[in-house]
Design a protein around this ligand. Structure first.
Ligand SMILES: Cc1cc2nc3c(=O)[nH]c(=O)nc-3n(C[C@H](O)[C@H](O)[C@H](O)COP(=O)(O)OP(=O)(O)OC[C@H]3O[C@@H](n4cnc5c(N)ncnc54)[C@H](O)[C@@H]3O)c2cc1C
Length: 324
């Protein structure tokens, strides 16, 4: 396949986001032989550190270093990508708030197709790329074929592709700052507002017992707390629990909550929406307890238990106490 493939690398504080390693796996499902180019935009020393990291995975890294890129403003980056990218390329972007902001307008300006929230790629057959998306909270898979002859922008759901752990690429970093040009924008970056941290920092914990809507009532959260204590962990939750004001926002796992990297993630009554699982990183050992055997979380869980979480949690707590 002759189409060039690019991957947009998100980063924070001088470190590439985990999605950088997932996008190259997605690219290899399009073309196993592809020489994928990483696109790294930012400014200063932090950007250099990210480029170095990306070059360990990607054979080519295009770096764009500009003061106005200190904060990732999708409007500026879109303008620069239009100046840089060949019109018939495939550009992979993480499907998060930034990617959703960047991708549609980019595809319009490149006059290419746009497929969003892709969870799998079944390969390319000539000019037809076969992708898979999910509908109805993961209950239904949709197969989307798209014509890549005029290029395609694809947003890739985080956590859907295994991270490529090979760090032997020794890629070449090419400075494209000049070619990226200057972009006039209407949107202005004001400040970063960090989320408030509660008494417990779930991002630092190795063991999380996470409760979702399936826990039923606020009083039942105590069962999860007792289990977490027995396991030596803490309780986190899904968004409906925070919306119901049963737990603080600082305990919410997900794309609009915290990104956690535990070793063990025990999910009680959580369906496994991508917005929730998007916050579960670092390849933990996932155990899911859910009454619905078709719940999407069972697709990512190492151990799946079809059971009432309200009955299961105290039973497991007792068992752990007995074993101790
Ligand atoms: C822009 C945006 C951002 C979002 N950000 C986040 C986010 O950061 N984090 C987040 O979590 N969500 C987020 N969401 C919401 C997300 O889409 C889901 O609605 C949410 O994750 C669902 O939470 P849940 O799994 O607890 O509830 P549900 O989807 O309602 O699932 C409850 C599950 O419990 C099971 N169940 C029911 N009773 C029992 C029982 N007795 N025992 C065991 N299992 C039982 C059910 O079978 C079901 O699978 C976001 C949504 C949007 C649109």
């Amino acid at each position: 396949m002759s189409t060039q493939i690019f991957a947009y690398i998100e980063h924070h504080a001088g470190a590439a986001d985990d999605s950088a390693l997932e996008l190259i796996s997605a690219a290899r499902k399009i073309d196993p032989q592809a020489r994928v180019t990483a696109l790294v935009f930012g400014s200063g020393q932090e950007l250099d550190a990210v480029c170095k990291e990306a070059a360990a995975t990607y054979p080519t890294v295009w770096k764009v270093d500009k003061e106005e890129l200190a904060y990732p403003n999708a409007e500026i980056i879109r303008g620069m990508l239009i100046n840089l990218l060949p019109k018939d390329c495939i550009c992979l972007v993480p499907h998060d708030t930034f990617g959703m902001d960047l991708a549609p307008g980019l595809s319009v300006k490149l006059d290419s197709a746009c497929v969003t929230d892709v969870v799998d790629i079944e390969g390319a057959d000539g000019d037809t790329l076969k992708t898979v998306r999910q509908e109805f909270g993961g209950q239904v898979s949709t197969h989307v074929n798209c014509d890549i002859s005029r290029g395609t922008v694809i947003t890739v759901r985080t956590g859907s592709f295994a991270a490529d752990e090979d760090r032997s690429a020794q890629g070449q970093v090419e400075d494209k700052s000049g070619e990226a040009g200057q972009v006039e924008v209407k949107r202005k970056f004001l400040e970063v507002v960090e989320a408030e941290m509660g008494e417990v920092d779930i991002t630092k914990e190795d063991i999380l017992v996470s409760v979702g809507r399936g826990i039923g009532e606020e009083e039942n959260i105590e069962l999860a707390e007792e289990l977490a204590q027995a396991m030596g962990g803490v309780v986190s939750c899904s968004r409906p629990i925070v919306d119901a004001k049963w737990m603080e926002k600082s305990r919410q796992v997900g794309t609009s909550g915290q990104t956690v990297k535990p070793k063990v993630y025990l999910a009680l009554g959580i369906s496994g929406s991508f917005q929730h699982m998007g916050g579960v990183k670092g390849n933990p050992f996932i155990v899911a307890v859910n009454t619905n055997p078709k719940a999407p979380i069972f697709q990512v869980a190492e151990v799946g238990i079809v059971e009432d979480a309200v009955e299961f949690a105290p039973a497991l707590t007792e068992k752990i106490k007995e074993m101790k």
